[in-house]
Ligand binder design. Structure first.
Ligand code: ZN
Length: 63
């Protein structure tokens, strides 16, 4: 897994699995991503987001 560096603080970001995520007014389960321990900016793990959002969209659009 590649390490992410915060552009602002220039330090390594931490792996976290409790990022709050809201998509189209729906609270999704906590997301996996990265958080800067200094400024606490959060980035989502991209593949995880794509999968989760696709599932959410399928749920919303499945009739
Ligand atoms: Zn930072």
């Amino acid at each position: 897994m590649s390490n992410w560096i915060c552009n602002k603080c220039n330090i390594e970001m931490e792996d976290v699995s409790d990022i709050g995520l809201v998509f189209k007014d729906i609270d999704l389960p906590p997301a996996v991503g990265y958080r800067c321990p200094s400024c606490h900016i959060e980035f989502l793990e991209r593949d995880f987001v794509v999968n989760e959002l696709n599932q959410a969209e399928e749920m919303l659009e499945g009739k």
